[in-house]
Design a protein around this ligand. Structure first.
Ligand code: HEC
Length: 182
């Protein structure tokens, strides 16, 4: 009887360790899901400067903001000649947007950028910028939600673990006490 109690105690320590590892894993996954912008390639802030004209294109192309708007960029908003590009990344996808940046096929843009191509580095930076902007406009609504879900999830898990281990502890104690009495 006493030996069985010991074994159970050992098993319990193992289970606690596994539970802790699962818990940490869940927390890491939740953090990764909640921060997709961290994974963007290129330099989004360099891309933003190219978009607004704060930085000049190496080959002298016109700043995109002359003709395009992106939500929350530039105090006066962008031009209305071209479409709003806030959602360009999800609309065209990484591939589609890359090829537009490499060789714009739209007449007005073609006139400007055919003779003043955007360099590969600038393309990368713009792509990263559009990706960030796209996700920012989405995550503004969801970042708070993710945080709350994460917090509630953690509390629920902690409460569940507590209940589970409290039960197990009581069981072991009862067995040990029972053995001593007998
Ligand atoms: C001189 C004006 C002008 C400039 C500067 C300009 N564009 Fe455009 N762009 C246009 C026009 C016009 C179109 C075609 C109509 C449209 O789709 O809005 C277009 C279309 C686009 C589209 C496709 C939009 C869609 O939803 O169909 C993308 C993406 C784009 N431009 C990105 C850029 C980027 C990035 C820059 C800066 C490197 C830039 N443009 C600079 C005028 C411009």
């Amino acid at each position: 009887m006493a030996r069985q109690g010991l074994c159970q105690g050992h098993e319990q320590v193992l289970q606690k360790r596994t539970a802790l590892m699962v818990f940490i894993l869940c927390a890491i996954i939740a953090m990764l899901v909640a921060s997709p912008a961290v994974l963007a390639a290129g330099d989004p802030s360099a891309g933003e400067q190219l978009f607004t004209g704060a930085a000049r294109f190496e080959n002298g192309g016109a700043a995109c903001i002359t003709c395009h708007n992106v939500e929350g960029v530039g105090s006066l908003g962008g031009g209305m000649v071209g479409k709003d590009l806030t959602k360009a990344y999800s609309r065209f996808g990484e591939q589609g947007l890359s090829s537009i940046l490499k060789q714009p096929a739209f007449p007005i843009m073609k006139d400007i950028f055919d003779s003043r191509p955007i360099t590969p580095q600038e393309q990368q930076d713009l792509l990263a910028f559009f990706k960030e902007v796209d996700q920012r406009s989405e995550s503004q609504a969801t970042a708070g939600t993710f945080f709350v879900i994460g917090l509630v999830g953690m509390v629920v898990l902690l409460v569940l673990f507590n209940i589970f281990f409290a039960r197990r502890n009581r069981g072991v104690r009862r067995q040990l006490v029972g053995g001593a009495i007998r």
